[in-house]
Design a protein around this ligand. Structure first.
Ligand SMILES: Cc1ncc(COP(=O)(O)O)c(C=O)c1O
Length: 403
């Protein structure tokens, strides 16, 4: 059954992903089952998406209830779930207005357009540049891959969109050197995810805010990965006591359903008037009803605090792995966005974990990334740590060239 599906997929699906040979059929909380009935504990959560776990019954109920009423009417009209979700986001963040779309890249596209439109409306036609960070990841559309500070993502697509420049993350002097009157915005992930789970010095984010204020540039936080509780705060910017002008969300907002959002303060958001931007499916009732159930569940079940506490426990266990294994170089991250930097390639470790029933991820070649559902239990973490213990022990006996 599994081989048949994979063989068929290899014929008909575009080859843009290197997929693992697994075909999943169902999930519950942090557990997934493949079509052969094999069970896996999921420390990937669809890449920081299913923060409330798989097949959450309350989200499913909200989705089905709305599907029974109305799927879609276009943003030419109002619908209640869209308004309720926007109101929730505005009430719980720095922002005054929300633009809904379908993905992280699309939310970042909106942020980039809004930053440029602000300059245009003020008559600053030469102020169009956006400074982003090396090792950042903002998406795969043309504007967002142009914003992404990784050459490998832009490779093959020249000429990419002009008007972006890159600086090292967590280096305020480098940012100062690139700041000029042509810069309309600085865009960054408050904690870099794909770049290798990199937390900046706490004062750095504040310094970026101050620099933007002095220069008259907008500050955009891409919280597509860090948002919705992942770091032990609902939004990662709360760790730094700094507010952006624009923030983007996606991934966990729908817990697996496609939704993106761009949030902004009124003074900035007002540059988007009728006709300035649009998305047919943005904020459609079925998806916003489900996303509303997501954020309400966060409050009802105190998920953010739970994530913070379990994250501290997970870090302790990873630190103890580091103490026991020479091959571990560093433990990094916050909440349940955690990384283990290895002195060897991470890919064989990911495969070994998979064979033993654990899904983990690797980024930047040698950083194991752990981004489980925020409802992961201490027992599930203990089981993964024992598995990693065994694998690292065995790996330390293999000559490094063989790994
Ligand atoms: C920080 C960040 N921004 C943007 C994106 C792109 O999101 P999407 O794949 O939904 O377009 C991602 C995806 O991994 C991300 O991590």
């Amino acid at each position: 059954m599994r081989t048949q599906i994979i063989n068929q997929a290899e014929k008909v699906i575009a080859s843009t992903y290197n997929r693992f040979p697994l075909v999943f059929e169902k999930g519950c909380k942090s557990t997934l089952w493949d079509v052969n009935g094999k069970e896996y504990t999921d420390f990937v959560a669809g890449i920081a998406v299913c923060n409330l776990g798989h097949a959450n019954p309350e989200i499913a109920k909200a989705l089905l209830r709305q599907a029974d009423l109305l799927f879609h009417v276009s943003n030419l009209y109002y619908t209640l779930p869209q308004v309720e979700l926007a109101k929730w986001l505005v009430d719980h963040s720095f922002a005054d207005r929300v633009f809904f779309c379908n993905s992280g890249a699309e939310a970042n596209e909106a942020a980039i357009k809004l930053a440029r439109k602000n300059s245009y409306d003020k008559g600053n036609r030469d102020r169009f540049k956006i400074l982003t960070m090396e090792k950042s990841f903002h998406g795969r559309t043309f504007a967002t891959l142009s914003a992404t500070g990784q050459q490998k993502i832009r490779e093959g697509y020249d000429p990419v969109l002009s008007g972006f420049d890159y600086v090292p993350f967590n280096d305020i002097d480098a940012l100062k050197r690139k700041m000029s009157e042509s810069v309309c915005a600085v865009m960054l992930e408050p904690i870099q995810g794909e770049g290798g789970v990199i937390c900046p010095a706490p004062e750095y984010i504040l310094q970026v805010r101050q620099l933007c204020d002095q220069a008259g540039a907008l500050l955009i936080f891409d919280e597509v990965q860090t948002g919705i509780g992942r770091t032990g705060k609902f939004f990662a910017y709360e760790h730094f006591n700094v507010e952006p002008d624009i923030m983007t969300l996606a991934k966990a907002l729908g817990n697996g359903l496609p939704i993106g959002a761009m949030l902004a303060k009124e003074a900035t958001a007002s540059a988007f008037q009728a006709g300035a931007h649009a998305s047919t499916f943005g904020g459609t009732p079925v998806i916003t009803a489900a996303a509303l159930a997501v954020v309400q569940l966060f409050e009802k079940e105190n998920i953010v605090e739970r994530c913070r506490q379990v994250g501290v426990y997970f870090v302790e266990q990873l630190m103890s792995l580091k103490d026991r294994h020479e091959l571990v170089e560093d433990v990094r991250g916050i909440g349940l966005l955690l990384g283990l930097k290895l002195k060897i390639s991470g890919a064989p470790i990911v495969t070994e974990c998979m064979n033993k029933g654990f899904l983990i991820n690797c980024t930047q070649e040698n950083i194991l990334r752990f981004i489980p559902p925020l409802i992961i239990t201490r027992e599930e973490i203990d089981a993964l740590i024992s598995c990693l213990d065994e694998i690292l022990m065995a790996s330390s006996k293999v000559p490094s060239t063989a790994l």
